[in-house]
Write a protein that binds this ligand. Structure first.
Ligand code: GRF
Length: 214
């Protein structure tokens, strides 16, 4: 491949883009041996896209609505952009949809997602944003956290790369819990992408091993 790893970040809707920001900073500081080559959103007015523009990163909008009932068309539109930027890693950062299966197949073990809970708990369809943290509080769990994982055909089920745990306190609300988890998401996502960019992730079945390093 040669050169730096080219990364595409995908965000949905009105995504605020704090994980995108962490990845941009991780690349800028040199922690990640790669660069965010393009940010792809589903809506032009997403704050995440604004962050990309401010960082001088190209932005593309592919609206799934435009391709309602035409998954092949949506996949082709996404695929064209990914090829144009010679993308080696796709990072989902607040991307709420399932990616078309042809993209998942074409980028096998080259798509990462961040989820605001300790998978395999509190994942799957409908488990996003405050729903996750509400469910954690209702469950009575004393710890929660975040998970970076490879993306497969289902929601939140791919091999787990990294997890970070945080405590759940008696006085927590979904909002306070979300904030505590989000701070850890940024570190975990940057670290996972760093390891990927250094070629240090080895997947065996459901397990991901971190190789090399000092
Ligand atoms: C994060 O909580 C992430 O875990 C989930 O979507 C949220 C995106 O937040 N997948 P942000 O747009 O990165 O701030």
């Amino acid at each position: 491949m040669g050169g730096k790893l080219a990364i595409a970040v995908l965000v949905s809707g009105q995504g605020r883009g704090s994980n995108l920001q962490a990845l941009l900073e991780g690349c800028a500081s040199g922690q990640i041996a790669g660069q965010i080559a393009v940010v792809i959103g589903t809506r032009a007015d997403a704050p995440a896209l604004e962050r990309a523009r401010s960082a001088g990163v190209p932005v593309a909008v592919v609206s799934p609505r435009k391709y309602e009932g035409d998954e092949a068309g949506y996949a082709e539109a996404l695929g064209r952009i990914l090829k144009r930027y010679d993308i080696g890693l796709i990072c989902l950062a607040g991307y709420m949809r399932k990616l078309p299966s042809s993209i998942i197949a074409a980028y096998h073990q080259r798509i990462l997602n961040i989820h605001p809970a300790l998978l395999p708990l509190f994942g799957g369809r409908g488990m996003y944003g405050e729903h996750v943290h509400q469910a954690v509080l209702e469950s009575g769990m004393k710890v929660t956290g975040c998970t970076v994982h490879f993306v497969d055909e289902e929601y939140d089920t791919g091999p787990i790369v990294l997890q970070t745990a945080v405590p759940v306190f008696d006085e927590d609300t979904p909002q306070t819990l979300a904030a505590r988890v989000l701070a850890e998401e940024h570190c975990a996502y940057v670290r996972a992408v760093q390891l990927f960019a250094e070629g240090r992730l080895r997947v065996e079945g459901r397990r991901v091993f971190i190789t090399g390093g000092e």
